[in-house]
Design a protein around this ligand. Structure first.
Ligand code: DGT
Ligand code: CA
Ligand code: CA
Length: 572
């Protein structure tokens, strides 16, 4: 996996947090935060720049020291100095940082002045009224903190899939580096591509005499060994993520992989099918009496109960077993099926790449078209476009299109759905566009009825195209707004509108069950990156994971079509 600018930004932000907690020189903290911001919003990928031999210190704000660190991150995927810092601080600091209302500065005050390094001691201090006495805290903040701590808000945060991916990749590489390891794979919700994971479930098969468990608990990133056994061990990594490692016998690897991939409800349903055939199915194999009849591969487990192998993304007991029995499982979409992206930003509003750079990025990914959907005027913070600027951008696109062969930039906008359900730009302007992407960016707090009404009214506009990120949720950060999505899906079906599956790893909005619902109602879905720089076009793969969890086949997706066909579909 290439290291993306976002990974670099995450690492620098973490450095800044930990340095701030350690009360390091504020200029150093600032330098990391600035670097994180620069890389978070930079159009060109640092990995590419290094590969091309570019001099990173030519980027404003990046000196020799940071350039060296960026090189280390790109080459190794991590930063030794960050790992060292993490070791110096109590592990509970991570939990403290996850408590809403506590940022690095406040955690620093708690740690430096009260010696608080984990939620339990924070709770104790808050109860004793010691927290309110700190500068900048006060009684109200103390009460808030106490409430969050009591709700165990820090421990509820599940790890976003893309964060777990980096952890799993490094750990699997480490395990595979042991000569005694034959196979190593991540199962559980990670393999099912769930948007967040509770913990990682790693499976290995080994040669005789392997001391894999010793190797595992010696991993540099291990913070705490929770349990250590002959075939199973659990550790907590410094990031707070728990990892279970299980050693499986080769003859039963497929059965173990199936069992530990889950979901539990799916396993139970498969086991029940086995029972009807007089078979016992567990993590060691498929048995008739004492005799092992299958289990070397996953497919052999399914075959024993008369099923084709079911894709891990579908294994939630949401009808996949019945569909498999009827031979009606969807042929799931793959990244290669995608022919363009229908939601991206440029530096005309809050993106950081130019129109031409975004177009080049899309072509480099083998796509045939790209819709430019900058923000509309209501989003003043993002320098949203008014009619005049939008028309100027339309002209620029026309000019660029004339120079492009076998590729087309689509004229579009991410237009705000205003509180009263009207669209943020007049119809005469929307009319000249190839499509519109319509989004709620304000009044998240409306009641369910009002929010639903608002969007339904927007859909009545004949220029309404795709409903962007339909619930507005941000994973671990913002709850979805309250809206009757089923009603919206029905309305989209009636009016010929479309739903977006936003591929940004923090959004992944629609969720899988609603993708499934849209598919059943015949509402086509656009899988869109919402990229704000060229790098982010790679987020498409996260959208594909979610789409597969939502049962989507290429035919259910708008942007698997060529432009000719897409154009016809978009006509209301
Ligand atoms: P997570 O970690 O909360 O994101 O979700 P999972 O699905 O990874 O769940 P986890 O880590 O508790 O267990 C991994 C898999 O092991 C799970 O998907 C199915 C299997 N499993 C765990 N406990 C049971 C059980 O009691 N019965 C059965 N049949 N399978 C189980
Ligand atoms: Ca798990
Ligand atoms: Ca587990």
């Amino acid at each position: 996996m290439p290291v993306h600018n976002r990974d670099i930004a995450d690492i620098f932000n973490k450095m800044a947090d930990l340095l701030e907690i350690k009360a390091a020189n504020p200029f150093r903290v600032r330098a990391y935060r600035d670097a994180a911001r620069i890389f978070g919003g930079m159009a060109k990928s640092a990995s590419d720049m290094i590969a091309e031999g570019a001099d990173l210190t030519e980027i404003p704000g990046i000196g020799d020291d940071l350039a060296e660190k960026i090189r280390e991150i790109v080459e190794t995927g991590s930063l030794a100095q960050l790992t060292a810092l993490e070791k110096e601080l109590p592990s509970g600091i991570h939990d403290l940082m996850r408590i809403p209302g506590l940022g690095a500065r406040r955690v620093q005050a708690l740690y430096e002045q009260l010696g608080i390094g984990d939620p339990a001691s924070l709770e104790e201090a808050a109860r004793a009224g010691r927290v309110r006495q700190l500068d900048g805290f006060g009684a109200r903040l103390e009460a808030n903190i106490l409430e969050e701590v009591e709700k165990k808000r820090w421990s509820k945060a599940r790890t976003p899939w893309h964060v777990a991916e980096a952890v799993a990749r490094d750990l699997l590489a480490y395990l595979q580096a042991d000569d005694s390891v034959k196979q190593a794979a991540a199962a559980g919700s990670f393999r099912r591509r769930k948007e967040t994971v509770g913990d990682l479930d790693i499976l290995v098969t080994c040669r005789r005499g392997s001391d894999i468990m010793d190797h595992f608990i010696s991993y540099g990133d291990v913070e705490k060994v929770i349990s250590r056994g002959k075939t199973r061990s659990s550790v907590r990594l410094r990031s707070g993520l728990q990892v279970d490692l299980r050693k499986l016998p080769q003859v039963g690897y497929g059965a173990g992989l199936h069992y530990f991939t889950g979901a539990k409800a799916h396993n139970i349903a498969v086991r029940r099918l086995g029972q009807k055939k007089g078979l016992k199915i567990n993590e060691y194999g498929v048995f008739k009496g004492d005799k092992r009849v299958a289990g070397r591969s996953e497919a052999s487990v399914y075959a024993e109960v008369g099923l084709p192998c079911i894709a891990p993304e579908l294994r939630e007991d949401r009808g996949e077993i019945e569909a498999a029995q009827r031979g009606e499982l969807p042929e799931l979409i793959r990244i290669e099926d995608i022919r363009g992206d229908l939601h991206v930003h440029t530096d005309a509003t809050d993106g950081s790449s130019t129109l031409a750079e975004m177009a080049d990025g899309a072509r480099a990914r083998g796509w045939e078209y790209l819709a430019i959907t900058d923000h509309s005027q209501h989003l003043a913070m993002a320098r949203g476009l008014d009619a005049r600027r939008l028309l100027a951008s339309v002209e620029a696109i026309d000019r660029l299109n004339e120079t492009l062969k076998d590729f087309r930039i689509l004229k579009s906008i991410e237009v705000d759905i205003l509180k009263d359900g009207s669209l943020d730009l007049p119809d005469e302007v929307l009319k000249v566009l190839d499509l519109t992407v319509c989004a709620v960016h304000s009044a998240f707090g409306l009641s369910r009825d009002l929010q639903t009404e608002r969007i339904l009214r927007a859909m009545d506009n004949p220029f309404f195209g795709i409903l962007a990120h339909p619930t507005g949720r941000l994973i671990n950060e913002r709850e979805p707004y309250d809206v009757d999505l089923e009603r919206l899906i029905e309305a989209a079906a009636e009016r010929g509108c479309f739903m977006e599956l936003n591929a940004h790893p923090k959004r992944l909005d629609l969720t899988a069950p609603y993708c499934q619902a849209a598919r059943e109602k015949g509402v086509k879905i656009a899988i869109s990156t919402d990229a704000h720089s060229v790098d982010h076009l790679d987020d498409m793969r996260f959208g594909i994971h979610q789409a597969r969890r939502g049962w989507l086949a290429p035919g259910d997706v708008l942007n698997t079509r060529g432009w000719g066909e897409l154009k016809k579909l978009l006509k209301r």
